[in-house]
Design a protein around this ligand. Structure first.
Ligand code: MRU
Length: 349
């Protein structure tokens, strides 16, 4: 059911990341042997997607602590603060980054300063990685079952951004649901938004689905309303970068527009994300830091100027979909239908 894509590979002493900036035309790995290189790879979008960022940061912590131990045996813990800050500052919106760093820090607090921490930390990072894959498979099953319950004939779905093996530890969140739904023959076709400006949909999602033999067509983001009006799309299915306690969802810019369109057309809206994407410390999506990236992502593509040279461009790369536009949030711990604070607390505490 999976494409077998390995975007994040730990090899002794270094982390190899499939360079997602080069896909779909080149499949090249970048090798990171320091935590600074991992932080830079996250900032530069060599690796992207909320769970994949968290997994990479966990391995980045292994590299940071290993190097601190070699240089400061007996006091390595005091010498990892800058590395932790650098990883934490690599991107602001996906909470999985901070969740993974906190989990690694909790282990570090329990380790003695006099002992080489590398093996214990590598175990923890590997656990984070493997648990994410397991969560994806479970969410894929749960989400596909929910879709199947509500429709007795095969249908199409729209997805946005890339939520597959590239964006996670492996397999995928929304793409995990699509992989299951395709295998069960409930999903017959996937409309992939190209996802301007970085083109995660056309460069990454189309690449993943084509490799898996899943029926996919690309569309301009602005074609979504027209496609929905045709009638064969029954679900919008997307991932998330951060979900707040009331069920608001930050995800790739354009997700909010899709949710509004889906409601108008009577199409259901599903968000698929592991519990590591849920931030119960924030009461509403208004509090989520929204990353703004350089306007050149809009005004040029691969160095080719698309707009007048000096025109201003705003480039917020995430938006927040309010909970009342969401029909289901699927996590590995279960499904929250029509999310509210009470329902989120009941499932995710
Ligand atoms: O800017 P990106 O490519 O890191 O944004 C990724 C997304 O918005 C994904 O939809 C989200 O992280 C869910 S991935 C499983």
């Amino acid at each position: 059911m999976s494409s077998g894509i390995e975007a994040i590979k730990w090899e002794t002493g270094h982390l190899d990341l499939l360079d997602q900036r080069l896909l779909p035309t080149q499949e090249l790995y970048i090798s990171c042997s320091t935590s600074s290189e991992v932080a830079d790879a996250i900032t530069q979008m060599v690796v992207r997607g909320a769970p994949a960022i968290g997994v990479s940061a966990a391995y980045g912590m292994v590299l940071a602590c290993h190097s601190a131990f070699l240089q400061h045996e007996g006091s390595w813990k005091a010498n990892i603060v800058d590395a932790i800050n650098e990883l934490a500052n690599s991107r602001p919106t996906a909470v999985n980054l901070f969740w993974a760093l906190d989990r690694m820090k909790r282990l570090i607090n329990r380790l003695p300063d006099v002992q080489n921490p590398t093996a214990s930390l590598l175990d923890e990072a590997t656990n984070i990685h493997n648990e994410d894959i397991e969560s994806n498979k479970l969410m894929g099953k749960l989400g596909a079952e929910l879709m199947a319950e509500l429709s007795d004939t095969p249908f199409s779905v729209i997805t946005h951004c890339n939520t597959g093996s590239l964006a996670t530890g492996g397999f995928g969140t929304a793409l995990g649901v699509i992989r299951h739904g395709w295998a069960q023959e409930t999903i017959k076709h996937v409309y992939a938004d190209e996802t301007r400006p970085w083109l995660q949909g056309s460069r990454l999602t189309a690449w993943e689905l084509e490799r898996d033999g899943i029926s996919v067509t690309l569309n301009a983001d602005s074609a979504a309303a027209h496609i929905m009006k045709q009638g064969d799309v029954k679900w919008v299915v997307v991932g998330a970068d951060r979900i707040t306690a009331n069920g608001d969802v930050a995800n790739k810019i354009g997700t909010y527009s899709l949710a509004v369109l889906a409601r108008y057309h009577g199409i259901k809206f599903m968000v698929v994300a592991p519990s590591s994407t849920v931030d119960m410390s924030l009461v509403s999506g208004d509090l989520i830091p929204i990353e703004e990236r350089t306007g050149t992502e809009l005004t040029s593509i691969q160095g080719i100027q698309l707009s007048p040279k000096n025109v201003g461009a705003i480039n917020p790369v995430f938006d927040v979909t309010p909970a009342d536009l969401i029909d289901a949030i699927v996590t590995e711990q279960g499904i929250v239908l029509k999310p509210t604070l009470e329902k989120m607390k009941a499932l995710l505490g």
